[in-house]
Design a protein around this ligand. Structure first.
Ligand code: GNR
Ligand code: NI
Length: 167
């Protein structure tokens, strides 16, 4: 197991589009296990491979208090989405900033397990927010992209200021 360094905005590698996983081998198992370790240690509720500079369609999540409901989604695809919700999001690639983002309330996703077995997941509420946030990372999108230019520049300046203060 190993902790992986997390890319932080404005690293251009966060804009990379991840390629589908085609080989389900021990290297993939290792990546998933390292991503869980990195996410739990951060701590975060989700992590996309993009954030650890691996550009494959892999994401991990655990939104439970007990950190006991882990999910791994390989090659996720949204089959259906409905409704809307506004949720205050944060991101490990944007330390210290939070903003309300509107997303679908419910999503039905098709994905594969770490061994390649296909499955479907139908979720709503916070877990649906997390899946959409992580799937965005896999196409090079980040939560601040949804904000107005004014709000975005305000928050990014705030993040820079914090970064300078802690440096
Ligand atoms: O840890 C995280 N918390 C979070 C809170 C609200 C909405 C989304 C998230 S995901 C984030 C971890 C992360 O950056 N995943 O990409
Ligand atoms: Ni994120």
């Amino acid at each position: 197991m190993a902790l992986l360094p997390i890319l932080e905005f404005p690293d251009p590698r966060l804009r990379t589009k991840a390629a589908p996983v085609t080989v389900f081998d021990t290297e993939l198992e290792q990546l998933v296990s390292n991503m869980f370790e990195t996410m739990y240690e951060a701590p975060g509720v989700g992590l996309a491979a993009t954030q650890v500079d691996v550009h494959r369609q892999v994401l991990v999540m655990d939104m439970s208090e007990e950190r006991s409901e882990s999910h791994v989604l390989i090659n996720p695809r949204i089959l259906e989405k409905s409704g809307e919700q506004v949720y205050q999001e944060g991101c490990l690639s944007f330390p210290g900033i939070y903003a309300d983002v509107e997303r679908a309330l419910r999503v039905k996703v098709a994905a594969q397990r770490v061994d390649g077995t296909p499955f479907e997941l139908d979720v709503e509420g916070p877990l649906a927010v997390c899946i959409q946030h992580e799937m965005d990372h896999l196409v090079g999108k980040v939560f601040v992209d949804y904000l107005s230019p004014l709000k975005r520049s305000l928050l990014l300046k705030r993040m820079e200021k914090k970064r300078r203060q802690s440096a």
